[in-house]
Design a protein around this ligand. Structure first.
Ligand code: ZN
Length: 167
């Protein structure tokens, strides 16, 4: 669990909306799926608290995330991925076609099959995206990490930094 338990300190680029204070963690990719980030994800959601973070997210994940699992980043990520899996289940169920099989299709049908296969590949990559590792990698001052006091999380941070040292 990555629980939003307290908002202990503010440093770096904070964004103020009235009395609200949000710390922006910048990154080019969506924290949930690794797609191109083009929106600000409010974590926890703005309806819950004026404080917290702005995380990079793609429009689709941002809207799927909603207010579900508002204060638990890992559960929130699982929720987003479950919704994506459901939304694109027919793409995911697309069977693999061999080149020979595709050669037997007409031009238009072949294009459709190839498009679905590409979408399936992209989707599997989004579902396999390691949200926690990415978030830690863009959380340069560890401000996000410091607001999470769960032991499990701290263990993960330790492991990740050990792995980084090994590289
Ligand atoms: Zn996304």
């Amino acid at each position: 669990m990555l629980l939003f338990s307290r908002f202990t300190r503010l440093s770096g680029a904070s964004v103020r909306f009235g009395n609200a204070v949000r710390l922006r963690i910048k990154g080019p990719l969506c924290v949930y799926c690794g797609g191109t980030a083009n929106t600000d994800e409010h974590f926890p959601p703005a309806s819950l608290t004026p404080n917290g973070y702005l995380l990079p997210a793609c429009r689709e994940c941002n809207s799927i995330a909603g207010t579900t699992w508002a204060t638990d980043f890992e559960e929130r990520t699982r929720h987003v991925k479950a919704k994506l899996r459901l939304k694109y289940r027919s793409h995911l169920e697309t069977p693999e076609w061999s080149t020979e099989e595709k050669d037997e299709l007409g031009y238009n049908l072949r294009k459709v099959v190839e498009l679905w296969q590409t979408q399936k590949t992209v989707l599997n990559e989004r579902l396999a995206w390691n949200a926690v590792a990415y978030l830690l990698s863009i959380d340069h001052n560890s401000v996000f990490a410091e607001t999470f006091v769960e032991d499990v999380f701290l263990e993960k941070v330790k492991k990740l930094s050990l792995n980084r040292q090994k590289e």
